[in-house]
Design a protein around this ligand. Structure first.
Ligand code: F0G
Length: 451
């Protein structure tokens, strides 16, 4: 991606091609100080000893008694080489599985062996965020940060709280009051974060946290942080690894603040440039209909990356209209209840790189898909289930073929949001509800009930 004036192996660069300012990797900036656009982490690859073949990374399984080889993030360290080993942070993130799931595939009418579920709920805090935090906290340690903060729909706050306490950083998390699932809120409190509930939604929290961080010089851990997104690239490396280093036809991911989709496109672009893969998979990003800014902007307003010259007027008009209508997003998938995604432009770049598509699915579709993933798979939280609901749309439309190989990223653990799951089953809210049966305390009566 880079022809740079920077001679260091890694540096930061503004994504706006008219600015393209470069900064040292040792700075904690989070937005371009010159034009306010997003920053990328970039590499001078000729200064990095990247393995010649992806499968060489697999050799690190043999030396997993070393914490950096055990980490599902740092196992791939040459592909995110911005931090010396002595500052690298790991608490065992990225021990995930790529599950081939024939039953869900058949439910969707796909060829049985073509669907894979990348289960990120196995991470230490129960979501994919830990991949990003391992990288971002390493950068925080490298720059000597003492205190940190984030805004969150829940999982970021849980992950930040966990990593902050293991790194000895003070930590404040901002969440929208009543907008986050209880599993996640319980984690933030239990891991010792100061939790500030703002009377507003995620977008309000995101705005406030940026001001707080710049006023009080706190280290920001949202996905505006380009080093965090480097960690999230490894989710894609592990999908390739799970497929014997083959590239799938599609990656399907939920879209909220659009950090994952941004990171995934960058991961594949870099692998292609390095000659480590021959082709780039297509990317499908799935919004909830109650928080569908990306879908609306891409599918209806025709917003495109345009080599970095994104039509800002379309975005400004769109957000002005949201403000005029006093719009606040609403979906049962609270993790992706976001109307002003901060990584929008990087996500447009990923759509360009991966020939991507965007869809929105209803809450009803999300909860039914979640029940199917629970019944036939490892389960997941509501936002993660948007992938299977979105895939169903794409199969029905003939955009994804029944025999294409698809990997859906299940971003979070089912226990993150038990209230929603219990409500769905107990109160018979959906097609796949599986309510408990009341029984008298009597053996014969109980036996009659067993099916
Ligand atoms: N899935 C889950 C479980 C999430 O927690 C999030 C985001 C997403 C999907 C969306 O990912 O932002 O990369 O598009 N959660 C953030 C949070 C916003 O604060 O926990 P994205």
């Amino acid at each position: 991606m880079s022809l740079s004036k920077h001679t260091d192996a890694a540096f930061q660069k503004c994504i706006n091609p008219d600015c393209a300012a470069e900064f040292d990797r040792g700075q904690a900036l989070f937005k371009c100080p010159e034009c306010g656009e997003l920053l990328d982490t970039q590499y001078n690859w000729d200064k990095i000893a990247v393995p010649k073949k992806l499968r060489n990374f697999g050799q690190r399984w043999a030396t997993r008694d070393s914490p950096l080889d055990f980490s599902g993030v740092w196992r791939f360290r040459e592909l995110l080489d911005f931090c010396p080993d002595e500052h690298k942070v790991t608490i065992g993130e990225g021990q995930t599985v790529l599950q081939q799931n024939c039953a869900v595939a058949q439910h969707l009418g796909m060829k049985a062996d073509r669907l894979y579920l990348q289960y990120e709920g196995l991470n230490p805090s129960g979501s994919f965020k830990d991949n990003g935090m391992a990288a971002a906290f390493s950068h925080a340690m490298m720059v000597g940060a003492k205190s940190c903060a984030c805004a969150s729909t829940g999982n970021t706050s849980a992950s930040v709280a966990l990593y902050a306490h293991s790194c000895g950083l003070k930590c404040t998390v901002f969440v929208g009051s009543g907008r986050i699932a209880f599993g996640k809120l319980s984690q933030a409190m239990d891991y010792g974060a100061q939790t500030i509930q703002i009377l507003g939604d995620f977008d309000d929290c995101m705005r406030q946290v940026q001001s707080v961080c710049s006023r009080l010089s706190l280290y920001l851990l949202n996905s505006l942080n380009p080093f965090r997104l480097e960690g999230q690239k490894t989710i894609m490396y592990r999908i390739l690894e799970g497929l014997g280093w083959q590239v799938p036809d599609w990656i399907v991911v939920p879209g909220g603040n659009l950090g994952n989709s941004s990171a995934f496109g960058k991961a594949f672009l870099e692998l292609k440039q390095l000659g480590l893969i021959e082709r780039i998979p297509r990317l499908a990003i799935v919004n909830a209909t109650g928080a569908d800014t990306l879908t609306d902007l891409v599918n209806n307003k025709k917003l495109v990356w345009n080599e970095g010259k994104v039509d800002q007027a379309i975005i400004d008009d769109y957000y002005a209209d949201l403000t005029a209508r006093n719009f606040s997003p609403r979906t049962c998938a609270s993790a992706i209840e976001i109307a002003r995604p901060v990584n929008l432009k990087k996500c447009l770049r990923s759509i360009d790189v991966c020939n991507g598509v965007v869809r929105a699915v209803t809450d009803e579709e999300i909860v039914d898909a979640k029940a199917i993933i629970g019944k036939y798979g490892l389960g997941c939280e509501p936002a993660s289930a948007a992938t299977i609901a979105g895939l169903k749309h794409l199969l029905d439309e003939g955009i994804v073929e029944k025999d294409e190989r698809v990997a859906c990223v299940l971003t979070g653990h089912p226990l993150k949001d038990p209230n929603l799951t219990v409500g769905y089953h107990k109160d018979r809210q959906g097609k796949f509800s599986n309510p408990p049966v009341e029984a008298p305390n009597d053996l014969e009566e109980i036996i009659k009930l067993i099916r």
